[in-house]
Design a protein around this ligand. Structure first.
Ligand SMILES: Cc1cc2nc3c(=O)[nH]c(=O)nc-3n(C[C@H](O)[C@H](O)[C@H](O)COP(=O)(O)OP(=O)(O)OC[C@H]3O[C@@H](n4cnc5c(N)ncnc54)[C@H](O)[C@@H]3O)c2cc1C
Length: 387
């Protein structure tokens, strides 16, 4: 019986995890990644505890630590020079995307996995994808053509799926840079600026090295060079001389779940849905969805579990798998997406964050509701004292 096969477009966390679990189930995978690795990426580089189980199933703790990952055990909220701190009930991770994405892609290529070797096309860009009842096809920008049973769209957009690209949040820009700065090395530090224009967060990713990620209203940005000025508007203490490397800017993902446009097409990560970056949920959703998609495709009796998926029966099975993934996805987003949007809204409204500050500083205020809404592991949580 022919080996089942899949093409994965994109080698970020969603694509690498999909490729890993497909190969773990014996599927022949071709992964196409546009950028040479390691590469930097606009991202806060904080990995929420909602996804640590799935992350560590692909990249175990010792491998993460060897790659430079750090434990984050505290959330600190800053407004107008005042701070509130809460211990995270379950620690998170911070790790540069250059290191994380390279680590996950290396795991996906592990020769010990029970599948044909990963056919890694990198750097190579997909320019088109199309589908028939018997197979899925992809064209690369150098003209090469690939064929498989299914395509997993993990390119951060889904632009090559018949349903089209995922929309971004209007009127804002995402920005990230690294700063030579010392903050509490165990803390994710979120700022609620005292003026309108966006919000930002800081996390340590190495000795004296901090990732700064911001969501900025376009109105603050007259040109690329003004990201420094925009951040200074929100954070008067910011000194551009601390910047270690250039700013990177990108659209901010912001869509509910987008169903794929063909039964042989599967969307994962930002190509499937986008949550507000405030909670550091994006990497986790990418890892979860890549994992879930591959598991559903290769479960006993599933379309890629018993050889190539051709014929009407296989098409029906692919459509059922897709519907199941869509249902799981919507369930995962149901509370998480509005919770993240609401948290961002509070950070973006100086009046609201000021009004809520006395409540947030109460000793009885805990992270429990936030953890419940965003699907993180829960335990008894106590608030730290306002500093
Ligand atoms: C400002 C900002 C801060 C953020 N901070 C955090 C945070 O702290 N924590 C968190 O969890 N999330 C954060 N996010 C969200 C997070 O970055 C994304 O959710 C996550 O990267 C999605 O992963 P992905 O694998 O779906 O896509 P991506 O990480 O975007 O990976 C897609 C890959 O596909 C490749 N690709 C694209 N097009 C093609 C093509 N045509 N052919 C081949 N390859 C292609 C790209 O090169 C890329 O490597 C933040 C987002 C923003 C904007």
């Amino acid at each position: 019986m022919p080996t089942p096969s899949a093409i994965v477009i994109g080698g970020g966390p969603a694509g690498a995890c999909a490729a890993y679990w497909l190969r773990a189930a014996g599927v022949a995978v071709t992964l196409v990644e546009r950028a040479p690795f390691p590469r930097h990426k606009p991202c806060g580089e904080f990995i929420s505890p909602a996804a640590t189980a799935e992350l560590q199933a692909v990249a175990p703790g010792p491998a993460l630590l060897a790659a430079g990952a750090r434990r984050v055990s505290t959330l600190e909220l800053v407004r107008a020079g005042r701070r509130v701190r809460w211990p995270l009930p379950v620690p998170a991770w911070s790790l540069s995307r250059a290191a994380l994405d390279a680590l996950l892609l290396a795991a996906a290529a592990d020769p010990a996995l029970p599948a044909p070797p990963l056919d890694l096309r990198q750097p190579a860009a997909v320019s088109q994808a199309w589908y028939t009842d018997t197979s899925a096809h992809v064209r690369l920008s150098d003209g090469a053509q690939l064929c498989a049973d299914a395509v997993v769209h993990a390119d951060g957009s889904g632009r090559h799926d018949p349903a089209g690209p995922a929309p971004s949040r209007r009127g804002v820009v995402g920005a990230k840079c690294h700063l030579r700065l010392r903050i509490d090395p165990d803390a994710l530090v979120m700022h609620a600026p005292p003026v309108r224009g966006g919000y930002f967060g800081l996390v340590t990713i190495g000795p004296g090295l901090v990732t700064c990620a911001a969501v900025l209203q376009r109105g603050l940005l007259a040109s690329d060079a003004s990201i420094d000025r925009a951040l200074r508007t929100l954070w008067p203490a910011y000194d551009p001389a601390d910047r270690d490397g250039p700013w990177m800017a990108c659209p901010v993902p912001g869509s509910g779940h987008i169903p794929a446009g063909h039964p042989r097409s599967f969307r994962v990560g930002n190509a499937a849905a986008g949550v507000e970056p405030v909670g550091g949920e994006g990497i986790g959703l990418a890892i979860w969805s890549g994992t879930r998609c591959a598991r559903l495709l290769t479960a006993p009796g599933a379309p890629l579990s018993r050889g190539a998926a051709a014929g009407a029966e296989a098409m029906a099975a692919l459509a059922r798998t897709q519907a199941r993934l869509a249902r799981d996805y919507r369930r995962r987003l149901r509370l998480r997406r509005p919770a993240c949007r609401a948290a961002a809204w509070v950070l973006e409204q100086p009046g609201l964050s000021a009004a809520l500050w006395p409540l947030l500083s109460l000793p009885a205020c805990t992270l429990a509701p936030w953890y419940a809404l965003t699907g993180k592991p829960r335990r008894a949580i106590t608030t730290g004292p306002a500093l």
